[in-house]
Write a protein that binds this ligand. Structure first.
Ligand code: ATP
Length: 245
């Protein structure tokens, strides 16, 4: 990878009181890449995303986006710098309609292309069009996840971070959510936290494996996907046997 990283993290250390949740984490996402962050429950994946977003303060280390040091900036400044975060649980506004949620995603934009972007999303993901006047809270879990990703995309970020987008969804909706990730990578880089390891590695360019707050493995996704010993050791037996872990 020769381009300068879009997101660069060095020496990141995060504590919850006396407990260290991230140890000396280094990671990079290059323009146009999908990078998967994998690991068991409690490995530190959510902590990593929340720290990048400015919701948690690291005790050491630094985070740069397109060369700008984000480490001590507040979340709204980090968002305005081009970083969108779709948290686990989605965070959509249930009483607002699908269209209102999409417009909310674009609230920092001053360009005249917001309606065009909404039209594009509705064309590529017809369920958003069909449900556009419904309160978002009435959508199914998978549809809400799609809306949450679409809303993040409406900000036209440089990088979208997705925390467990397939969690709890039926297989058909998991496929739709992954199709949406393929669509957003045309315009933004993606940092994807997933327990669905095999599906995430099929989509990603590179992956990082976290264990107890440390990066224990990283490399091209196809290498992680085919290294059965590593998959078994870090990602669970089902993944090694060919199932979605
Ligand atoms: P999961 O998939 O279960 O969300 P994760 O890989 O995202 O796991 P984190 O949620 O980042 O892991 O948690 C990393 C570690 O930090 C765990 O040991 C967890 O118990 C601990 N932790 C997370 N949030 C807090 C908190 N608010 N206070 C104290 N400890 C926390």
């Amino acid at each position: 990878m020769t381009s300068a990283p879009l997101l660069r993290i060095e020496g990141l250390q995060v504590n919850y009181g006396p407990v260290r949740a991230l140890h000396d984490v280094a990671l990079a996402v290059h323009p146009g890449e999908v990078v998967a962050v994998l690991g068991a429950n409690g490995a530190g994946k959510t902590t990593l995303l929340r720290t990048i977003s400015g919701l948690l303060r690291p005790v050491a280390g630094a985070i740069w986006l397109a060369g700008r040091d984000l480490t001590r900036l507040p979340p709204h400044t980090i968002a305005a710098a081009g970083l969108a975060h779709v948290p686990e649980g989605r965070g959509i506004l249930g009483r607002m309609t699908v269209l209102e949620n999409l417009r909310m995603g674009a609230y920092t934009r001053r360009d005249g292309e917001i309606d065009r972007d909404i039209a594009e999303l509705c064309e590529r993901f017809p369920i958003l069009h069909e449900r556009r006047h419904q309160p978002a809270g009435l959508l199914s879990g998978g549809q809400q996840q799609m809306l949450a990703i679409a809303r993040a995309w409406m900000a036209r970020p440089q990088l979208i971070m997705l925390d467990e987008p397939s969690l709890g969804l039926a297989p058909r909706m998991v496929a739709e959510v992954f199709r949406m990730i393929v669509a957003i990578r045309e315009r933004a880089a993606v940092l994807l936290v997933e327990q669905n390891t095999r599906a995430a590695l099929r989509l990603a360019d590179r992956g990082y494996v976290l264990e107890l707050g440390r990066v224990v493995l990283h490399g091209p996704a196809r290498d992680l996907l085919t290294d059965e010993g590593l998959v078994r050791a870090y990602l669970g037996r089902r993944a090694a046997q060919g199932g979605a872990a």
